[in-house]
Design a protein around this ligand. Structure first.
Ligand SMILES: NC(=O)C1=CN([C@@H]2O[C@H](COP(=O)(O)OP(=O)(O)OC[C@H]3O[C@@H](n4cnc5c(N)ncnc54)[C@H](O)[C@@H]3O)[C@@H](O)[C@H]2O)C=CC1
Ligand SMILES: O=C(O)[C@@H]1CCC=N1
Length: 273
C-alpha cells in the first residue's frame, strides 16, 4: 500500500525521528520515500546523516511532492505551517497530524477537501513498541483508517477513537513514556541507594517494567491480580507497596494524567483563531 508513496514530515524533531526510525526499521518504506522538512539546518544535517532520507527547509516543496504529509511541528506553529502547505494540498493527498490538542476542525478549515487523520502516537514507535490512537476527519474515507492502521501498526499497536478522547490519550499514552522513564530512573536510583551498581540497577529496573507490561498485555489479566501474585504474605513486596500507597503514588499518577490532559485541551484552545 505504501509502495512508491512519498512521505513528508513537516517538522523533523523528536516524534518525527521516532516515527521515521520505526518505519525504516519495519521496512515499511525506503529512505528515499521520506522527505523531512525543518527550519533548523543542523537538525536536517543530523537527520540526513543518520537515516539517509531526503531533507529540505521548504515545507511547501515537501508537502507538494508527498502523498502523505505528517504534521510533526509543535501546536504553537501549526497555523503557520498550514498556511505554508495549503496551496499545494489536494484531495488525493492525506495529512496526518500528531499535534497535541489541535482539532480536526481546525486543521480542516485550512486544508479544504484534503483528507486528514489526527493521530496521537508515542516515542516507543522508534523501537516498534508504540501505541497510537487515531481519529478520521470528515473528508477521510475507510481506506484512510486502513492507512493509519498500516503506518502506525508497523511501529506498534493502534486504536481508533472518537476525536473527543484525544486529549485523554495524549495525557496517558502520548506523554506516558516520560512518566515511565521517570519511574525507571527512580527505581534505578533506589537500586543504587541499596547498594547495586548503576548499570545493574538500570538493567533490573528497565527489564522489570518491560516484563510487567508484557504480562499485562499478553495475559489480559487485571494488573491487581498479577500484583497479588508477586505479593507474599508478610513479605518484601507488601512492605514496599505499603510505602507507595502511603506516599500517594496512585493519586500522583492520576493527577499527572489529568494535568497533561487539561494541558492538551488548553493547547487546542489557546491558539484557536
Ligand atoms: N515528542 C512526543 O513524544 C510526541 C509529540 N507529539 C506532537 O508532535 C509535535 C512535535 O513534537 P516534538 O517532536 O516533541 O517537538 P520538537 O520540538 O522535537 O520538533 C519540532 C520540530 O519542528 C521544527 N519546526 C519548527 N517550526 C517549523 C516550521 N515552520 N516548519 C518546519 N519545521 C519546523 C523544529 O525545528 C523542530 O525540529 C507536537 O505537536 C507534539 O504535540 C505527539 C506525540 C508524541
Ligand atoms: O509533551 C507534549 O506536549 C507532547 C505531546 C505528547 C507527548 N509529547
Amino acid at each position: 500500500m505504501l509502495h512508491q508513496k512519498q512521505l513528508a514530515f513537516i517538522g523533523g524533531g523528536a516524534i518525527a525521528e521516532a516515527l521515521l526510525k520505526g518505519l525504516l526499521t519495519a521496512k515499511l518504506v525506503e529512505p528515499q520515500q521520506i522527505m523531512v522538512c525543518d527550519v533548523a539546518q543542523s537538525r536536517l544535517e543530523y537527520i540526513k546523516r543518520t537515516y539517509n532520507v531526503i531533507t529540505t527547509v521548504n515545507g511547501c516543496d515537501a508537502a507538494g511532492q508527498a502523498d502523505i504529509v505528517f504534521l510533526t511541528v509543535k501546536p504553537q506553529v501549526i497555523d503557520d505551517v498550514l498556511v505554508t502547505i495549503a496551496p499545494v494540498m489536494t484531495p488525493a493527498k492525506v495529512v496526518i497530524s500528531v499535534a497535541a490538542g489541535i482539532t480536526l476542525d481546525r486543521l480542516q478549515a485550512k486544508l479544504g477537501k484534503t483528507p486528514i487523520i489526527r493521530v496521537m502516537p508515542n516515542t516507543p514507535v522508534a523501537v516498534g513498541a508504540g501505541v497510537s490512537a487515531f481519529a478520521l476527519g470528515q473528508n477521510a474515507r475507510p481506506e484512510h483508517g486502513e492507512l493509519a492502521s498500516l503506518i502506525f501498526g508497523a511501529v506498534g499497536k493502534t486504536v481508533a477513537v472518537d476525536e473527543k478522547a484525544m486529549d485523554a490519550v495524549t495525557g496517558l499514552s502520548g506523554s506516558g513514556p516520560a512518566y515511565t522513564f521517570l519511574f525507571i530512573e527512580a527505581l534505578a536510583d533506589a537500586g543504587v541507594r541499596v547498594g547495586l551498581s548503576r548499570q545493574t540497577a538500570l538493567l533490573l529496573a528497565a527489564q522489570t517494567i518491560l516484563g510487567a507490561a508484557k504480562m499485562v498485555v499478553e495475559t489480559g489479566e487485571h494488573p491487581a491480580k498479577l500484583r497479588d501474585a508477586v505479593t507474599s504474605p508478610a513479605g518484601t513486596t507488601i512492605a514496599g507497596l505499603h510505602v507507595l500507597e502511603q506516599k500517594g503514588m496512585r493519586g500522583a499518577v492520576i493527577d499527572a494524567v489529568v494535568a497533561a490532559t487539561e494541558r492538551s485541551r488548553e493547547m487546542g484552545q489557546i491558539h484557536d483563531k
